[in-house]
Design a protein around this ligand. Structure first.
Ligand code: PMP
Length: 373
């Protein structure tokens, strides 16, 4: 946090008060970086080649990413203007919030969830309304519906929820959106959807033609399952006029030609990439089962990460992982998110986790009730 009086120009006080975005820690050469939910696999050679051969650096990209939009439109059975591409799905989130919510307006989301949400709401000048997660670290959609007021302009539903892991079911989501006023935007953030194996999970793009409700925008990304986090490319599927509003707030030309080509090449290589996703999901399930065997009370994990509810011990426990060469993501006072990384990282994670869980006091939130002392 910066003291506004230290800044030589007048800055909006809510912006001066914001902590800067904190990225997952970088890892040393011998450490595993399990702090940013990245894909541990190297890019496919074919994708790399296509990026290398992509448009020259001295030319601007196509501002509308038309080729990628057309490809995604075909795939999801929508018109090209029902697709919007951004420099990462986080930039589309920012655009949607800026387009809908300003001073005096409210943005509702679950908490704890993706750490960018509060920051994006504040930067837009809006008020963040955080609805605590229900037991099991799941969205409490009843409470979220109850938090809607006349000032609510946007609601974000994150499924699977980063950083805790559980999904929202299709039935829960359908019941929820039927309670949201038709003129309030619902952003369904499905950044991790490709890792989901629970058949009951919501899928905002299940039906061709996009989500049937015009106030629902579905967000996806190439950063996670497709392993393009470094190139920054994500997309939204929604009502063309809603997406036009997002496009109006976008910084022009921020999706590079290389990112667009990489996304297209990744769609061509989708079966191979989804095979890797399957491997990560299996690794995740094995990790969760083993952590539970150790005595950790791990919530359902449907993304490419697991959550240790470490409570007040979070920072100390995270340090134990870091000392062992495992860079994890602590959320002080709450818990630790560990990305499902390289195969070789799993045993190491389990070893540290096993030694730590024994030190947790009886009744600690991180310990499953059934564990013997
Ligand atoms: N939504 C969620 C829930 C995320 O966890 C992330 C990345 N951590 C994003 C959106 C943004 O991803 P990107 O901008 O790389 O597409």
């Amino acid at each position: 946090m910066t003291d506004a009086s230290d800044i030589p120009v007048r800055v909006r006080p809510e912006v001066a008060a914001l902590p800067p975005y904190k990225q997952g820690r970088q890892a040393g050469p011998d450490a595993f970086k399990l702090s940013s939910n990245e894909n541990p696999f190297d890019p496919l050679p074919g994708v790399l080649e296509r990026v290398r051969d992509a448009a020259a650096f001295n030319r601007y990209p196509d501002a509308s990413a038309a080729r990628l939009r057309a490809r995604l439109a075909e795939r999801f059975g929508v018109t090209d203007d029902g697709v919007h591409v951004g420099a990462g799905s986080v930039s589309i989130l920012a655009q949607l919030i800026q387009a809908t919510a300003g001073p005096g307006d409210e943005v509702v989301y679950a908490w704890r969830s993706f750490e960018a949400y509060p920051w994006l709401a504040v930067v837009a000048g809006a008020t963040a309304v955080q609805v605590p997660l229900a037991p099991g670290a799941r969205h409490d959609l009843d409470a979220m519906a109850g938090a809607i007021t006349e000032r609510t302009r946007a609601i974000i539903v994150c499924t699977p929820n980063n950083p805790t892991g559980p999904i929202v079911t299709q039935a829960e989501f359908d019941a929820f959106v039927s309670r949201v006023p038709a003129d309030v935007l619902v952003i369904l953030d499905e950044a991790y959807s490709e890792f989901v194996t629970d058949p009951d999970a919501v899928n905002g793009l299940r039906e061709p033609g996009g989500h049937p409700r015009p106030n629902v925008v579905v967000l996806r990304t190439f950063s996670k399952a497709f392993g393009l986090a470094g190139l920054r490319v994500g997309y939204a599927i929604g009502h063309p006029r809603v997406l036009d509003a997002a496009r109006s707030t976008a910084i022009p030309l921020s999706v590079t030609a290389q990112a667009e080509v990489a996304a297209l090449a990744s769609l061509d290589a989708e079966p191979e990439l989804l095979e890797r996703v399957r491997v990560i999901a299996q690794r995740r399930d094995a990790l969760v089962a083993a952590l539970r065997d150790e005595g950790w009370d791990v919530p359902e994990a449907q993304g490419n990460f697991v959550w240790l509810p470490a409570g007040a011990e979070t920072l100390d426990i995270a340090e134990r992982f870091v000392e062992a060469g495992l860079v994890v993501r602590p959320f002080a006072g709450d818990g630790i998110r560990i990305s499902v990384g390289e195969h070789e990282s799993v045993d190491k994670v389990l070893r540290i986790a096993a030694s730590v869980v024994k030190t947790l006091p009886e009744g600690h939130q991180g310990r499953a009730a059934s564990v013997e002392k």
